[in-house]
Design a protein around this ligand. Structure first.
Ligand code: ZN
Length: 203
């Protein structure tokens, strides 16, 4: 899929893997926790430019591409809204997020800075179950679909209670445990197991 692909809204799910939810000291949610990034935060290049003097953490996630406009009414219909599956990084300014959480404020500025939505635009028609992130040839995060608290269809139906989908919308579906800081010079490889990875470098 071309790098000129135009994305619409960027929706994200927080706390969708128990391991990650607990590593940040949070409770497992009873319905999907949704937040957004601006679509100008999207990066589809091979370089990640992180803001200077900040600790930016990677969250490895499966990314869904929505393929049509409208609102699905059930799980089966929700599935037909998915045009493709890929891998992305929900980059997070963790200390700013912690500060905002403490004040009961939205996470927006800790989640939607320039370059914070890294997406491999090579969307697939099927979703392999296992995915991973390596930083400097070492595994940092490994995920498996079976560990997701809310399925893709659950997330889509939950979002549909609030919004109408637009073709080109993106959903980051939550990170497994192992989030950590990125540094300038880090070599990144992310992907589905047994599929060609996306390689990036942090500058
Ligand atoms: Zn995330």
């Amino acid at each position: 899929m071309s790098e000129h692909l135009k994305f619409e809204n960027i929706y994200c799910v927080g706390r969708n893997f128990e391991g990650h939810t607990k590593e940040l000291g949070n409770k497992v949610p009873i319905s999907p926790l949704i937040f957004q990034k601006s679509n100008s935060a999207v990066i589809v290049k091979e370089t990640i430019e992180i803001p200077k003097n900040k600790t930016i953490e990677h969250e490895l996630e499966i990314v869904l591409l929505i393929g049509k406009d409208g609102v699905p009414k059930n799980q089966e219909e929700a599935h037909t809204f998915i045009a493709g599956f890929s891998i992305g990084l929900d980059l997070t300014d963790r200390s700013l997020q912690a500060e905002l959480k403490k004040k009961g404020l939205p996470w927006f500025s800790s989640k939607s800075f320039k370059g914070s939505a890294v997406i491999d635009t090579n969307f697939r028609h099927e979703c392999p179950h296992e995915f991973y992130l390596m930083v400097n040839q070492k595994i940092r995060q490994e995920g498996n679909l079976k560990d997701m608290i809310f399925s893709f269809e659950d997330i889509i139906l939950h979002l549909s209670k609030t919004i109408d989908f637009k073709k080109g919308d993106i959903i980051f579906t939550g990170t497994p445990e192992g989030v950590g800081a990125l540094e300038s010079g880090d070599q990144i490889e992310m992907g589905f197991n047994n599929y060609p990875p996306k390689k990036l470098v942090v500058i």
